[in-house]
Design a protein around this ligand. Structure first.
Ligand code: MOS
Length: 726
């Protein structure tokens, strides 16, 4: 049966009562033991070793056509089975659901590093060696690879240019103002597990073991890329070693493995190397952002302007929505936004963790700090003064928003009052010490999701959905929701994920996964509670389910004795009207203390605190870990992460984890995370909001603001490497 949420109080009855108290507790990850003991099999590890192995040959020009590929010597090498130059390989599938892949001809190259052929051999070394011995001739064309040097074609999509009032006049009349330009570099998601696929055909049915985030979409993308029906495609991804956006959409290795497996009539494995992940999946766009802030004598914002230039391949449908949070976070009557897309021949720019807020807030929150400094108003106070009553552009109410509480509690817990308002005042040996803060905000989204829950006659439960767990805790929270709703211990629930044969969920993306599929599980269980109630001749509202016992009035009976057959229900959630009636977002505040070395210019983060409100927290431990991860992403964005493009051909120079610097343990200090209690009855039946990407949104700006407080140096070009500080 299907259930559809229609904005009522249906969740209150069961979840307010919380007979079990399992939801919200920090239950350890159900998938933890199999992951840390190596028993969890990732995509590349499936199979019996008899698979053929494919290795990509990739373009060494930024733009042009492949004139010829000399396969002869490669085909003569030991173990080599095929050199595949199928035109379907050249279509770039590496884009998420909102994106259209660039349409390319059979031989067109759109960026340096693009896969153009696949060498397949019995063994990996054979395939790799042969791939290195393929000669490719190109008709090379001039390519624009720099989005900012004036050569790129700039598009201004109408729908993304908006204004209300008159920002320029407000700026001219302001008591205090900021008008500054910020840059953020290309970044890579750098998930630990590289993109990997094993494809196998049985007749016209394809099974793909892959590492992906959103299987129902990935299945359609793979079918489209191959020109077959989605019903003939099954994708399995029970374990995913991180995605951070890079696995939202299909990557080239899945298509290549499927084509090769069909041609050879044999399973084929294609695992991307780290340089291939960097160059041939997606990057986060670099940005140029201009922030204008105007305030009156009391620090009340009168105008906000946020202009951004992003970079994408010609024809790419997606572009990073940089100003997302700027639209709703602060008051200010006069507002203007410009969104420019520079068309360049660089690796596809897709969604990377918290697309929009993650980098838009680096600029916005840096500018707010500068406005606070210019006006002599404390940065926390400035933000508190500018929290709008309603959405400042559409006048809608917020569904829930403990933004002010996060700011105030964070300041108190962090010891913010000890901060010197004048920069450069606190010294510890050769280190200058400073504190900085930033707001956190990330829009909340609900997405279509289904889940099937079976209550077996022995009072055990199976949850099945094609949802993925990309390290976020999905297995565990879905188990907790089912256990809570059916009054059983968590150990009685088996959660099965990552298989397109199961009911289609929302996938892991946009921080909507837990709320969306969690609601589907909730609704399925709500239906099962009716079945249980019927077994004891009671109304659903009159039963209590706890510790495996059904209680009706004074009568208690074990659930296992009550049940005589299995009951199955499919829960389905759809966004419906509730998503547009109000504004929905998670809110929070970041605080950071840094030390800046006066000799080397190096910055060390000494401690960070994040205070967040994101509706009901489904698992205190996994939610906290999500926020840790986000804050660590913030450290990377602030201090180290930068993809460097060669100006001649756009190719990514530092395409490995030795030279693309993500924070390691020594870069990450004590992190504290505090959640403020919140229930959001507008958001979904379980009253939760997305939490994963909230932790990154704003985090990096708290660090650059702390650098300013420590040293008096205002870094507006991210990352704040030592050359920009000395
Ligand atoms: Mo996220 S960028 O939607 O994985």
């Amino acid at each position: 049966m299907n259930a559809r949420h229609k904005m009522d109080s249906q969740s209150e009855d069961v979840l307010a009562e919380m007979a079990q108290g399992v939801i919200g507790t920090g239950a350890p990850r159900l998938d933890g033991p199999v992951k840390v003991t190596g028993q969890a099999k990732y995509a590349a590890e499936i199979g019996d070793g008899s698979e053929a192995v494919g290795v990509f040959v990739r373009a060494t020009i930024a733009k042009g056509r492949v004139a010829s590929i000399d396969k002869v010597s490669a085909l003569a090498m030991p173990g080599v089975l095929s050199v595949i130059t199928d035109e379907r390989l050249l279509r770039n599938p590496a884009q998420g659901t909102a994106n259209e892949a660039p349409v390319q001809g059979a031989s067109e190259v759109a960026y340096f590093g693009q896969p153009i052929a696949l060498v397949v051999a019995d063994g990996f070394e054979q395939a790799r060696h042969a791939a290195q011995n393929i000669t490719v001739n190109y008709h090379s064309e001039d390519a624009v690879t720099d989005p900012l040097d004036g050569t790129a074609q700039i598009e201004l999509p109408d729908a993304k240019q908006t204004a209300q009032g008159d920002v320029s006049t407000a700026m001219a009349q302001a008591a205090f103002s900021v008008d500054k330009t910020y840059t953020t570099p290309s970044q890579n998601s750098a998930a630990m597990e590289p993109h990997a696929s094993i494809a196998q055909w049985a007749g016209d049915k394809l099974t793909l073991h892959g590492s992906y985030q959103m299987l129902k979409y990935n299945r359609n993308e793979l079918a489209d890329a191959l020109g077959i029906e989605p019903k003939n495609v099954r994708i399995l991804a029970p374990y995913v070693g991180g995605g951070f956006g890079s696995k939202l959409g299909l990557a080239p290795e899945a298509v290549a493995a499927a084509i090769a497996a069909k041609e050879l009539n044999r399973p084929v494995r294609v695992v991307m190397t780290r340089p291939q992940v960097f160059e041939a999946t997606i990057r986060r766009s670099s940005t140029l952002q201009r922030l204008r802030l105007a305030a009156d004598i009391d620090g009340n914002l009168t105008a906000i302007g946020h202009d951004a230039t992003v970079s994408n391949l010609p024809g790419e449908g997606f572009s990073e929505p940089v100003a997302l949070a700027t639209h709703f976070l602060y008051a200010g009557k006069n507002r203007a936004y410009a969104h420019r897309i520079a068309r360049v021949h660089r690796t596809c720019a897709g969604s990377m963790r918290a697309p929009g807020e993650a980098i838009g807030m680096l600029a916005l929150e840096n500018a707010m700090d500068e406005l606070a400094h210019n006006s002599g108003i404390d940065p926390v106070e400035l933000r508190l003064r500018n929290i709008p009553e309603k959405h400042p552009e559409n006048d809608k109410d917020f569904s829930s928003r403990r933004f002010a509480d996060c700011l105030a509690l964070g300041a108190e817990k962090f010891g913010w009052s000890a901060r010197s308002a004048t920069p450069g005042q606190v010294r510890d040996g050769e280190w200058l010490i400073g504190m900085g803060m930033s707001s956190a905000a990330r829009g909340n989204i609900l997405s279509d999701a289904k889940a099937r829950v079976t209550l077996h006659a022995d009072a055990t439960v199976t949850v099945e959905t094609d949802m993925t767990d990309i390290g976020t805790g999905t297995y565990t929270i879905l188990g907790q929701i089912a256990a809570e709703m059916l009054g059983l211990p968590l150990e009685s629930v088996t959660v099965k994920l990552g298989d397109t044969d199961f009911p289609a969920a929302a996938g892991s993306g946009g921080s909507w996964g837990a709320s969306s599929v969690g609601s589907a599980v909730f609704l399925a269980c709500q239906s099962l509670r009716k079945d249980i109630a019927q077994m004891v001749d009671a109304a659903p509202a009159d039963i209590t389910l706890k510790d495996g016992v059904v209680t009706t009035g004074n009568v208690q009976k074990s659930l296992a004795e009550t049940l005589t057959v299995d009951f199955t229900a499919v829960g389905q959630i759809e966004p419906g009207d509730t998503s547009s009636a109000v504004e929905q977002a998670g809110f929070g505040a970041h605080f950071a203390e840094v030390a800046v070395n006066v000799v080397t210019g190096e910055t060390r983060v000494r401690r960070m605190l994040g205070v967040f409100s994101a509706g009901r927290i489904l698992n205190e431990r996994t939610a906290r870990s999500q926020c840790y991860g986000g804050m660590i992403f913030g450290i990377g964005a602030a201090l180290t992460e930068e993809l460097v493009h060669d100006h001649r051909d756009g190719h990514i120079v530092n395409h490995n984890l030795a030279e693309y610097h993500i924070p390691v343990n020594l870069d990450v200090p004590q992190l504290d995370v505090v959640f403020l209690e919140e229930r959001d009855s507008w958001a979904n039946p379980i009253q939760s909001k997305g939490v994963g990407e909230l932790g990154i949104s704003g985090a990096g700006a708290a660090i650059t603001n702390a650098i300013f407080n420590a040293s008096g140096v205002r870094v507006r070009d991210y990352p704040a490497t030592l050359d920009k500080i000395l």
